[in-house]
Write a protein that binds this ligand. Structure first.
Ligand code: SF4
Length: 257
């Protein structure tokens, strides 16, 4: 019996001493693997130098000294109409429709005389054509009522026209009036970001970034060089880095050459 009591006491004391033991310290988090830090550093692109940017545009100029926009037009007015029609549509698709339209209406007066229903018929192969036909008539009326039938020469005035936004104004100011504007479409937006020349979350950020870094002597044609580069070389899917003129300078970590 005494033996049983002794062994019970021994068990109780060992339970008590176990409950008095300090809780084990929480395990320290493991240090982040060094490799992860290295990857983070590697994706941060080296900033462009002024000499490198000059080199990029010198190469574009050498390859294509007089780049041209691909939207067909006959005068500033038809350019304005073509750009308004090109929203969310391809230049080729717009040209197909406007060749016949501009043959019969190349001024605001003729467009109004043609009327919204007929304009709609001419452009019905272009996306959002109903709304665009309405805008073409409305902007023609406004040009006659407020600007003497001429396309105005300031950004604010062009942006006040139905269907015309900042991109339209930049294209018209650049192509019709030789202003050093930078219209940012989907191609310029992609090239500005990928190359690291002018990273930005919005077209306006990219536009202002490009205007800041591109030397003045290239600004007249910079918009077209960048559009053409994005359209034919720096494609959204499968960029052709192996034939890219600036692949040694481009900062895109995923470039393939
Ligand atoms: S190297 Fe590739 S990603 Fe860079 S600009 Fe050229 S085509 Fe675009």
């Amino acid at each position: 019996m005494a033996k049983i009591i002794r062994s019970q006491r021994a068990r109780t004391s060992s339970v008590r001493s176990a409950s008095k033991k300090k809780p084990a310290k929480a395990a320290r988090p493991l240090p982040k693997p060094a490799a992860k830090k290295a990857v983070k550093k590697a994706v941060k692109p080296r900033p462009w130098t002024a000499e490198e940017i000059y080199e990029v545009f010198s190469r574009f100029r050498k390859a294509n000294p007089e780049p041209k926009g691909e939207l067909e037009h006959l005068n500033p007015y038809t350019l304005l109409v073509a750009v308004v029609l090109s929203a969310q549509a391809t230049d080729a698709g717009v040209n197909k429709a406007t060749r016949a339209l501009f043959a019969v209406a190349d001024t605001p007066e003729k467009m109004i005389a043609l009327g919204e229903d007929s304009v709609r018929e001419y452009i019905k192969t272009i996306g959002l054509y109903r709304n665009k036909a309405k805008n073409v008539i409305a902007l023609s009326e406004k040009l006659i009522a407020e600007f003497g039938g001429e396309v105005p020469r300031t950004r604010a005035e062009i942006e006040s026209l139905p269907g015309a936004g900042r991109k339209t104004a930049n294209v018209v100011l650049n192509m019709a009036f030789g202003e050093h504007t930078m219209a940012v479409d989907t191609h310029v937006f992609r090239v500005g970001n990928r190359t690291g020349l002018a990273p930005g979350k919005t077209p306006l950020e990219v536009e202002l970034g490009l205007e800041k870094v591109i030397p003045t002597e290239f600004m007249l044609h910079a918009h077209h060089w960048l559009i053409l580069h994005g359209r034919y070389t720096c494609l959204a899917r499968g960029p052709r880095c192996e034939v890219c003129l600036i692949n040694d300078l481009c900062r895109w970590p995923e470039k393939t050459a």
